[in-house]
Design a protein around this ligand. Structure first.
Ligand SMILES: *[C@@H]1O[C@H](CO)[C@@H](O)[C@H](O)[C@H]1NC(C)=O
Ligand SMILES: *[C@@H]1O[C@H](CO)[C@@H](O)[C@H](O)[C@H]1NC(C)=O
Ligand SMILES: *[C@@H]1O[C@H](CO)[C@@H](O)[C@H](O)[C@H]1NC(C)=O
Ligand SMILES: *[C@@H]1O[C@H](CO)[C@@H](O)[C@H](O)[C@H]1NC(C)=O
Ligand SMILES: *[C@@H]1O[C@H](CO)[C@@H](O)[C@H](O)[C@H]1NC(C)=O
Length: 471
């Protein structure tokens, strides 16, 4: 090739074209040409095979490719209007799917606004609203729904914005007007008669990721940053899934005193986890004022009472602030039996220390907690109150339950035991008497003084005087 080039007389005016022609000719001389032609021939033999693959087996992929290429608003709008034309969906499930999709994929804000505007068609909804909501699980499995999901899943993100930030403005309820009001001309009465028709969230939350990489090697993030990262959590650390009705209303109750760094780690990891679990939940810290002896159990009773003043929670997770869940499949949903959640803690080499352990992180429904008369109020200092609670559960005719050890994993933030929380020497005696004391010591004998209740974006701070007895 070089030889051929050098033989060509240099003509500045036509150098480029000449050189190209020359190399082309040279290239196709001799053995090289034969090899190349053979290669091209072999390649052409493959074409029909490639074509068949391309058009049949990977046609879905092709579709997706085309959508990547035309990443524009028109594509999204077309797909949206296929499902819900003219700003209305025929039924609540279609709208649910649409909003779910809008939540999952980062979209241009114009598209997001468009989705927000879409309502359920009043005419078709009137006849099918109840059916759609109540028979939601059937509908989700129907062929029509599968088809719809498929269509949505091929749409690709148009921006790299995380869904959180922009979905903050998404309205949290699907609203329809009642039949009588459909004919009403008064805007005001329409507003006041909107009905919440969100379908139930699925039994298995779709966005669970399994193991979570938890570490405390970094400096815990600033509150402001975490607030920005969790825009849908508000009003005292309360979150509800925006597109479906949560299956459990859960208060997370944290007995607390002076552990601000732990609280930051806790909020950093637990808020995203609990949102993925699609719970209607809120986080409460029950902050013991003063420096007197700590009373973990009483603080939990107080958390139970105070959280119920705010919302009709159905179950209660009693959670040490220094434990962070390492697997989001360990759902904090309402348990059928009182549940011990922190079965495998790194501090204990992820082994259950003893079968009757019921400390760290536990969860009970309102009924279960009432049945046990809550926790004892009389355990001052460290230890015993959790074993006493185990007894209460047992003596109330209930059993405890646990998730498999592989998913009930927690990492503990290491710390020294603080002043005011020294081991309680009376604890062993007290545990032996649960059967007789539990009737008169517990929720029915709880007394405390509420000092303040502050609603921050990511948690509610309930500060109390637990009325430490004079010694
Ligand atoms: C949407 O609106 C267009 C034009 O206004 C109309 O032709 C079409 O039938 C409507 N589609 C539905 C599903 O109502
Ligand atoms: C829900 O579905 C069941 C069976 O599929 C049916 O018997 C029931 O009437 C449906 N409920 C409503 C509200 O339509
Ligand atoms: C998002 O886009 C910005 C700039 O457009 C880029 O710097 C950033 O790395 C992107 N983030 C992700 C997660 O893709
Ligand atoms: C990304 O989100 C931010 C905050 O919500 C917003 O200001 C910005 O315009 C968004 N960017 C794009 C490309 O949508
Ligand atoms: C909770 O409220 C009390 C009383 O206002 C305050 O002293 C304390 O710092 C607050 N703690 C947190 C973590 O917000």
């Amino acid at each position: 090739m070089k030889q051929t080039l050098s033989q060509i007389p240099v003509d500045p005016g036509s150098l480029e074209t000449t050189r190209t022609n020359a190399s082309f000719t040279g290239f196709f001389e001799g053995a090289v040409r034969k090899k190349t032609l053979a290669l091209i021939f072999l390649f052409m033999l493959q074409l029909p095979v490639l074509y068949v693959l391309y058009t049949s087996q990977i046609s879905d992929f092709v579709k997706t490719r085309q959508e990547i290429v035309s990443r524009n608003e028109a594509t999204s709008i077309k797909l949206i209007s296929k499902i819900c034309a003219n700003e209305t969906c025929k039924n609540a499930n279609d709208l649910f799917k649409l909003r779910n999709w809008a939540q999952k994929y980062p979209l241009r804000s114009t598209i997001r606004k468009m989705v927000d505007k879409i309502q359920v068609d009043q005419k078709t909804q009137m006849s099918s609203a109840d059916t759609n909501v109540k028979n939601n699980s059937d509908n989700l499995a129907s062929e029509n729904q599968v088809e719809t999901t498929h269509t949505f899943s091929t749409i690709l993100p148009e921006t790299n914005n995380s869904t959180g930030a922009s979905s903050a403005t998404v309205s949290t309820t699907v609203q329809i007007t009642t039949p009588t009001l459909a004919s009403s001309t008064s805007k005001q009465s329409e507003e006041s008669n909107k009905v919440n028709i969100l379908p139930d969230c699925p039994e298995t939350p779709p966005d669970l990721q399994g193991p979570i990489d938890v570490s405390f090697g970094h400096v815990a993030p600033e509150m402001k940053k975490m607030e920005g990262d969790n825009p849908l959590v508000k009003d005292g650390g309360h979150y509800k899934p925006p597109y479906c009705k949560a299956l459990s209303k859960v208060a997370v109750i944290i007995p607390y005193r002076d552990r601000v760094e732990h609280l930051h780690y806790f909020l950093e990891y637990m808020h995203p986890t609990l949102q993925r679990q699609q719970l209607d939940y809120a986080i409460y810290i029950i902050n013991q004022a003063g420096t007197g002896k700590f009373n973990r159990a009483k603080l939990m009773n107080i958390g139970y009472v105070e959280s119920l003043k705010d919302y009709n929670f159905e179950c209660f997770v009693f959670h040490d602030v220094d434990l962070v869940l390492e697997n989001d499949k360990s759902l904090y949903s309402c348990p059928a039996k009182p549940r011990h959640l922190s079965a495998a803690v790194d501090k204990f080499n992820y082994v259950l220390p003893y079968g009757a352990i019921f400390g760290g992180v536990t969860e009970l429904t309102k009924e279960q907690f009432e049945k046990a008369n809550g926790y004892s109020n009389t355990f001052w200092g460290w230890g015993g109150e959790d074993d006493d609670m185990y007894n209460r559960v047992k003596f109330s005719g209930m059993e405890i339950s646990r998730y498999p050890i592989e998913i009930s994993r927690y990492k503990m933030i290491s710390h020294a035991r603080e002043k005011g929380n020294e081991p309680n020497p009376k604890r062993f005696d007290m545990i032996r008497q649960t059967a007789s004391t539990m009737k008169t010591d517990g929720l029915n004998s709880l007394s405390y003084k509420l000092l303040s209740k502050e609603k921050h974006q990511l948690y509610t701070n309930v500060t109390v005087d637990v009325l430490v007895p004079a010694t």
